[in-house]
Design a protein around this ligand. Sequence first.
Ligand SMILES: [Zn+2]
Length: 482
Amino acid sequence: MAEKQNLIAGYETVIGIEVHVQLTTRSKVFCSCPNVISHDQNSTICPICCGHPGVLPVLNKEVVNRAIMVGLATNCTINEHNFFARKHYFYPDLPKAYQITQSSEPICKNGFLEIPLEDGTFKKIRINRIHIEEDAGKNLHSSLTNESYVDLNRAGTPLLEIVTEPDISSPYEARTYLKMLRTIITYLDVGTANMEEGAFRADTNISIRKPDMPLGTKCELKNINSFKFISDAIEYEVARQIGLVENGQKIIQETRLWDIKNHKTITMRTKEEAADYRYLPDPDLPPLAIDQDWIATIRKTLPELPRDRYQRYLSQGLSAYEADIIVSDKDLAHYFDQVQKFTKSPLVINWVLRELMAFVKEEKVTFNTCLITPQLLAELVTLLENKIINNRAAQEVFEIVAQTGQSPEQVVKDKGLEQIGSPEEIEKIIQEIIAANPENVAHYKSGTKPKLWGFFVGQAMQKTKGKADPQVINDLLKKYLS
Ligand SMILES: [Zn+2]
């Protein structure tokens, strides 16, 4: 079956993505050092994560649990026979001169995520593998003293590397895949997935080719810490590669960086040959067997995943657009679900998407800590739905409750914001307005001054002090003016 193709100037874009996810286990992957971010250099280290000779690494079981969780959430097969390998290279932040990782037998294989495309269909992005590895330390360079330092706090931090097949064919797909993967990590609560702190790092391999031709030479984009920059960088890189080929030039296999200021990719380093890391089985770590019971136990702990939650919201009557926004933020989704415990009003979604989201963004608070709790928002929406207050009053109540955490009912009482009256009461007021303005009524009815509608609405709002149900006012005005 022919795949739908996104061709640019006759070329197809081929993208594969490797993501490194930092896990937030309490201790590091092969020692008992605390797995925390410490700015006190070399304070969370021991002989094992520093790679002293003769020490023995011991695998942290919680890292395995979390790897299985991510594997199951991304439809992978969990490998029952795991091995650890040494990947050899020298760098000052890696004192033992090899990184412990997995090579031929990663813990998870052959998974996939289905990402939503702009046209509403879904595309399967295959995941080749997920493996466990340790992070290296960090080199710090001081321009003040012109010296370099090594901080090993990060050495031995547990990582999962998640590698796709080259199934991604546009910047949009790349961004959508990454967002979905990141949301899954936050739902599983296995890592912070904070991109700015490097807890979710994506390396993107990009090449171009004419349809049905062999893969072109790829370039790798490294260390880009925002979804927007990644898609901008891919867009630039595709155009650059097409330009080179069209001009008869060669694409050089290299690692490139995104220059935010100048909005282009630049060479970081050129790879002459694929590095030979001399992978060897690590003799210090025994094979890791994972049986079906272990996998079944982990499966039971999986929370509702974004895709299922999305479907649930659709079945509850949310639009695809609304469901997508709610699902993409775990805390927001939790907030929304909490509100639903108190009211199932269809008005809730608007208040959450408009007022609440704007408030949280503006005031830089979180959904978990904002003073307008799910229960208070539910109370507010109920007052509105029962027509105790109108929309305008509800806005005012929202502002006060969000700032103070007071009960909406109390605010309505204190401020006298209840809607006035029965439709009969409002009808009396409308009759008075009609009687007091015979000329305007005549003009409006003759059709010469349709703008007078606003005049009557204004009068009605004024006479009811803005506390009447606008719908009732509208209906009554229509009745008397047509
Ligand atoms: Zn350690």
